[in-house]
Design a protein around this ligand. Structure first.
Ligand code: HSE
Length: 307
């Protein structure tokens, strides 16, 4: 038997102005285990089990995203372990804006690559994962940890990674269904020069503010005109939730990824901020889940048994 377990952190993409290029890894993890089982008489070729948060929302047939992404690697490698057992142990809520789909994409590809004796480099796997996602701002920080700027250019993906100091972020996830595809469809295809400059000026400021834990700078930096103005109205209470977070002490406040979760940075008072935002969503008829999370600076981690 060969067994590979990959642990992948949650991520918060965009961080306000860094739409589709900036993301941060957070210390909340999904673990994906692939086991290549020795053939016994008539075993099922594929079994998938899921435990933990939102387990009932994850498909356990061939439409499972981890399996689909593993298949991309098996096809490229021309090898396919069978029978194969996949187990997902999830702590990251599904469809939340915390990069759960990136953990499935990266975890499936990395575990598959290990099971077929690593035909692809980690840089290639990251490129495949970014292509599958369509943008690198979740998969790149999930892979490397810390704060990552991902720049897609004609010869591939350029990554700039920044180790961050101890920071804590409040994440509040309202119980509201918003597909990333819907949140992307709400965006205009053209933006004004002023809005482009607004974001271009602030994206490097977010990096500087997070690296130096400069919360006053973060308040200026973490503003956006490219996606949040179009997405915030899609989520009941979100505009008021931003205001409540700021009024209760948060400095930088943003939609996490495409939403529907909100991420807020503050030097202290995290529970107070979480309570204030939760109260706003409750006024709009939505229950919330909350986390106070530290930054993950380690990225993916894997454990291989049986080589
Ligand atoms: N940058 C992406 C977006 C992250 O905002 O649509 C969500 O996958």
């Amino acid at each position: 038997m060969t067994q590979v377990t990959v642990s992948i952190p949650a991520t918060s993409a965009n961080l306000g102005p860094g739409f589709d290029c900036l993301g941060l890894a957070l210390a909340l993890y999904n673990r994906i285990t692939f086991t290549a089982v020795p053939p016994t008489p008539s075993p099922p070729p594929l079994t998938i089990t899921v435990s933990g948060v939102d387990a009932h929302k994850v498909a356990t047939d061939e439409s499972n995203l981890v399996y689909q992404c593993a298949n991309i690697i098996f096809d490229k490698a021309g090898q396919r372990p069978s029978p194969l057992h996949i187990h997902q142990e999830n702590n990251i809520p599904v469809g939340s804006g915390l990069g759960s789909s990136s953990t499935a994409v990266l975890g499936g590809m990395l575990a598959a690559n290990e099971l077929v004796a690593r035909p692809f480099t980690t840089a290639q796997i990251l490129q495949f994962a970014a292509e599958k996602e369509g943008h690198p701002d979740n998969v790149a920080p999930a892979f490397y940890g810390g704060l990552v700027l991902g720049v897609a250019h004609e010869t591939g993906l350029h990554i700039e990674r920044f180790t961050l100091p101890e920071l804590q972020a409040v994440v509040v996830l309202p119980d509201f269904h918003l597909l990333t595809s819907e949140a992307r469809a709400a965006l205009p295809t053209q933006v004004s020069r002023q809005d482009a400059i607004f974001n271009a000026a602030r994206t490097p400021l977010v990096i500087r503010a997070l690296q130096t834990a400069d919360y006053d700078l973060l308040r200026i930096a973490m503003q956006d005109r490219l996606h949040q103005p179009y997405r915030i109205p899609l989520i009941p209470g979100m505009a008021q939730a931003f205001a409540a977070a700021q009024a209760s002490g948060a400095k930088g406040v943003a939609l996490s990824g495409a939403g529907p979760s909100l991420i807020a940075f503050a030097p202290d008072g995290h529970e107070r901020i979480a309570a204030a935002v939760t109260a706003v969503f409750a006024q709009h008829g939505l229950a919330s889940r909350t986390w106070v999370l530290t930054v993950d600076n380690g990225g993916v981690d894997s454990e291989i048994l049986g080589y």
